[in-house]
Ligand binder design. Structure first.
Ligand SMILES: O=C(O)c1ccccc1NCC(=O)[C@H](O)[C@H](O)COP(=O)(O)O
Length: 211
């Protein structure tokens, strides 16, 4: 039995990073892609250094977008003191080469959207099932995902305190990730919702990896 990990995405300030840590999250997401929640490298570095060693810092990038070339991603990751990369838009044979190169430097959460082909397994790679529009609050069809939800995968897409328990009863996610349901406005967290989200994940209990 294992505890479900929690990532609070779209963190833009030290205050919200400490909030996520103190509420009991395992990771924060720092978005470098085009987004209302985007942070720059130096801001992300200040956040990373402020939270201490126990909270993972996941850098969110869109491959194929400005700033998504691997050399730029690695430079940003170094500046921002990231612990892992979250990669959107990785697909096909070129995507697999990109991924294998990225995995030489950082563990990777690869984003899979409904309808995407499932990637080959690689050491250091975990999958994050998310909606087609990341950060939009759109939920996935959890029942429809059941047959393709690989063990060890993460779940995102419209999760919040009100529905994460139900999602976890349907899908045995290794981790859950949320942003829009936890905000007062894009990039600014609502402490009550962050705490409520962490409580709701805990209340759902540990998952049985052998089901
Ligand atoms: O959140 C964004 O603005 C964003 C923009 C571009 C690429 C990725 C983005 N977010 C990535 C995340 O991991 C979100 O937490 C995930 O998509 C879930 O979002 P939500 O449905 O709002 O909870």
């Amino acid at each position: 039995m294992s505890r479900t990990r929690i990532k609070i995405c779209g963190t833009t300030s030290i205050k919200d990073a400490l909030l996520a840590r103190d509420a009991g999250a395992d990771a924060i997401g720092l978005i470098f892609a085009r987004s209302r929640r985007r942070v720059d490298g130096p801001t992300a570095r200040r956040i990373s250094l402020a939270v201490g060693p126990s909270l993972a810092r996941v850098g969110v990038f869109v491959v194929g977008e400005e700033g998504g070339a691997l050399d730029e991603v690695l430079r940003t990751a170094d500046v921002a003191r990231l612990s892992a990369l979250q990669l959107h838009g990785v697909s096909g044979a070129a995507g697999d080469l990109y991924l294998q190169a990225a995995l030489r430097y950082y563990p990777v959460l690869q984003v899979v959207r409904p309808g995407d082909e499932l990637p080959q397994p690689h050491e250091g790679l975990e999958l994050l099932f998310d909606a087609a529009q990341p950060g939009s609050g759109m939920t996935l069809d959890w029942q429809a995902l059941r047959t393709r939800f690989a063990t060890g995968s993460w779940l995102a897409g419209g999760l919040g305190p009100q529905n994460v328990g139900q999602a976890l009863r349907i899908l045995p996610a290794a981790g859950v990730d949320a942003v829009s349901a936890l905000e007062v406005s894009p990039g600014i967290k609502d402490p009550d919702r962050v705490y409520a989200f962490v409580r709701a994940v805990s209340a759902a209990g540990p998952r049985n990896d052998h089901e």
